[in-house]
Write a protein that binds this ligand. Structure first.
Ligand SMILES: Nc1ncnc2c1ncn2[C@@H]1O[C@H](COP(=O)(O)OP(=O)(O)O)[C@@H](O)[C@H]1O
Ligand SMILES: [Mg+2]
Length: 302
């Protein structure tokens, strides 16, 4: 029987994968699967030659999402699949989920085609409370920043930030800064093959006066945590809504991570539904490595 071969897709800055994904290679070898790291935009890779390609640390696509989606569509056996990725790489999907009754962060969407003036942006920024400006296509907190509510300087910087993103053709989100994240942090719920696996807690990422991050991703402080009933229920609802929209079965989602922030009343709110390239934090929950390897091996053997 020929060996089952799997590619773990990454980016050229991390050609040997994110350290958290490296143990997958050994775990898959134990299951008779030969896994290799492969850079998604490396023209030399023959994607046809793999039984399965799993998207992992492809974090440099946010400045060229069309290219990334075209690549995804060109790979014969990709997990998660290309249509899912096309839908999920642009945070406009949150708008749809919000309309379906999922609690999302209150968001103002700025369209680059409207050619908003500084004054027009100014009138759209919240008058009270800190707020966040970020592009709809982003990963790893890139180009994301928090602004203080009532200083003229912060307002000027925020307008400049929004204008720069819009000028480069990017869609922009303006959200109130959810203060509870400073105390409680963000909870990420990881699902493998449609089933809840483990949860992690991430510290707040955006301090006041912090410049928008330009690097590949911002360093994160993370620990394992037990998800609350409310967080689990929200995650299940969000996944179910995504499946309804995309017409996919539960187990056909090889991986998913649902990130939630506490609202002012402490109830969880959906920040992000990551079906494209979530860090899984396998090292934080050891059994999850085995679970993920099992799921990949099963999918590759189909
Ligand atoms: N509305 C918000 N309130 C508080 N923190 C936020 C908000 N939006 C983003 N953040 C912070 O910024 C980080 C990155 O934002 P996120 O929406 O998850 O985008 P990315 O796709 O870059 O991960 C989050 O992990 C969180 O710490
Ligand atoms: Mg995030």
């Amino acid at each position: 029987m020929p060996t089952t071969r799997v590619a773990l897709a990454t980016c050229s800055i991390l050609p040997d994968l994110d350290p958290d994904d490296v143990p997958l290679i050994g775990a898959l070898a134990e299951r008779g699967v030969e896994a290799v790291a492969a850079v998604w935009d490396d023209a030399e890779v023959d994607w046809d030659s793999f039984d399965l390609v799993v998207v992992r640390s492809t974090w440099d696509y946010s400045s060229r999402p069309e290219e990334f989606i075209a690549w995804a569509r060109s790979v014969p056996r990709l997990a998660n699949d290309a249509e899912l990725i096309a839908w999920n790489t642009d945070k406009y999907y949150l708008k749809t989920l919000g309309e379906m009754g999922i609690p999302i962060v209150r968001t103002l969407w700025l369209d680059p085609d409207r050619h908003l003036t500084s004054q027009a942006i100014h009138t759209r920024l919240p008058a009270h409370g800190d707020y966040v400006i970020k592009p709809t296509v982003s990963a790893g907190s890139r180009d994301t920043a928090r602004y203080q509510e009532n200083t003229a300087q912060a307002r000027g910087e925020a307008i400049l930030h929004a204008r720069e993103l819009l000028r480069s053709g990017r869609h922009v989100m303006v959200q109130p800064y959810l203060n509870q994240v400073d105390v409680a942090g963000e909870t990420g719920l990881v699902f493998i093959a449609g089933e809840f696996s483990h949860a992690i807690r991430k510290n707040a990422m955006l301090s006041r006066g912090h410049r928008p991050t330009q690097g590949l991703y911002q360093e994160e402080v993370m620990r394992s945590v037990e998800a609350s009933e409310a967080e689990l229920a929200l995650a299940q609802r969000a996944l179910e809504a995504a499946r309804t929209i995309l017409g996919t079965a539960a187990e056909s989602l090889l991986y998913a991570r649902i990130d939630t922030l506490p609202g002012d009343d402490g109830e969880p709110i959906l920040l992000e539904l990551e079906l494209t390239e979530p860090s899984m934090f396998l090292a934080k929950a050891p059994a999850s490595l085995e679970r993920f390897a099992d799921a990949i091996a099963a999918r590759a053997a189909r």
